[in-house]
Design a protein around this ligand. Structure first.
Ligand code: LMR
Length: 396
């Protein structure tokens, strides 16, 4: 049965964790996976999460099956985060939200549902995109293409190229867009870009799929939802995959959601019934713990305020690491201007390092980054940044 099974390559991101864990050098640094580490180099357990967990433990709550679509109070809280408290879409009952196994799980449910709706569609992802986008939509049976996005020379967006590629896609293509904190580049679109994209999508009847895994890591919770809010006002139907892995530091709990904006309450009910079939045949229903913690925090004014402060602290610490990196590389006389790192948003920086340079960082210095040159700035701290910038200056 298994004699012809070939060895699959390591996952380009999570595979790095395996190599990092096996590395015995005490000075090793993991800038590969998108995880926030605090100043002590630890994944924080947020205070708001600790409080909610204490209350949950004290309540001795039973662990029965959740509804297929997850915890109702959680789904509603997700909608408010994405579309705003006073959203007309929510009031009109036009949004379907289901709890999902992280942002990846949300993308997968959405992809499987879309395959039933548009079996012959093409999926378009940005060039570059999160490594798993392509694999995920391909495994749902779609051909996946790139649209131009990042422009290396300016460390910015190739606006004209992007719009041209979106226009050239077959009508009714599925277009995956990073709503904020673009992964892997950290280079975001501004509101003028979003408006231009929206018009092309409308013209070509494409289906927007907004992926928002880093809400709150760019400029703030509300600010980072700007693109989602613009789409909400547009009258278009669209998909949103969202995640609390990063913003609640609950990576292993797999807390995400899929939201689908429909045209009417009646349509929403029918769409929900179909999405529930997709979930039921994949994993039946979602797990209880992570979503109940997030729901408790988001629905309690005190815990929510505590969480927003902690999220703000994470965002600011990442920003200070960006600035320190730029400054230190300049002081070390690095052969390139790294000023662009300070302008990027979220956890990542597309550093411009080549695959060879990334390999040297790993082999010679025990510093792990994705081979495309993506580094996780959220893993830097005042203890490791000096050795990281020195190593970068050396491999350049
Ligand atoms: C990343 O891009 O590193 C994260 O989103 C983690 C993952 O699942 O790849």
């Amino acid at each position: 049965l298994f004699s012809a099974v070939e060895m699959a390559p390591r996952d380009p991101i999570l595979g790095l964790n395996e190599a990092f864990n096996a590395d015995t050098r005490p000075t090793k640094v993991n800038l590969g996976v998108g995880v926030y580490y605090n100043e002590e180099g630890r994944i924080p357990l947020l205070r708001a999460v600790q409080e909610a967990e204490k209350a949950r433990l004290a309540a001795n709550s039973p662990r029965g099956y959740l509804p297929i679509e997850g915890i109702a109070a959680y789904d509603t809280a997700v909608q408010k985060m994405l579309f705003g408290d006073g959203s007309a879409l929510i009031a009109e009952g036009r949004v379907v939200t289901t709890q999902a196994l992280g942002g990846t799980g949300a993308l997968k449910i959405g992809a499987d549902f879309l395959k039933r709706l548009l079996p012959d569609a093409v999926v378009a992802i940005s060039d570059p995109s999160w490594e798993n986008h392509r694999a995920l939509f391909q495994s749902a049976g779609f051909p996946v293409q790139n649209y131009r996005y990042y422009e290396a020379a300016s460390h910015g967006v190739n606006r004209a190229g992007m719009l041209e590629d979106l226009r050239a896609l077959p009508p009714r293509s599925i277009v995956v867009l990073h709503a904020c904190c673009h992964n892997p580049t950290g280079v975001d679109l501004d509101i003028v870009d979003w408006k231009a994209i929206l018009e092309v999508l409308r013209e070509r009847e494409h289906v927007p799929f907004l992926d928002i895994a880093y809400q709150g890591f760019g400029d703030g919770i509300e600010q980072d939802a700007e693109a989602v809010r613009l789409f909400a006002e547009s009258g278009l139907e669209f998909f949103v995959s969202s995640s609390f892995s990063k913003s609640f530091s609950l990576y292993g709990e797999r807390v995400g959601a899929l939201s689908i904006v429909t045209s009417s309450k009646d349509e929403a009910a029918r769409v929900l019934s179909q999405v529930k079939r997709v979930i039921r045949t994949n994993y039946s229903n979602p797990p209880t713990h992570g979503a109940s913690i997030v729901s408790s925090v988001l629905n309690s004014p005190e815990l929510r305020a505590m969480w927003e402060t902690e999220l703000g602290e994470m965002r600011e610490r990442i920003r200070s690491m960006r600035l320190a990196m730029v400054e230190q590389l300049a002081t070390l006389g690095a052969k390139r201007d790294f000023g662009f790192v300070a302008r990027q948003r979220g956890m990542f920086s597309y550093s411009g390092l080549s695959a060879d340079q990334v390999e040297r960082l790993r082999n010679e210095f025990g510093i792990y980054a994705v081979s495309t040159g993506r580094i996780c700035v959220a893993a830097l701290n005042n203890h490791n940044i000096g050795s990281v910038t020195q190593a970068i200056a050396q491999v350049l």
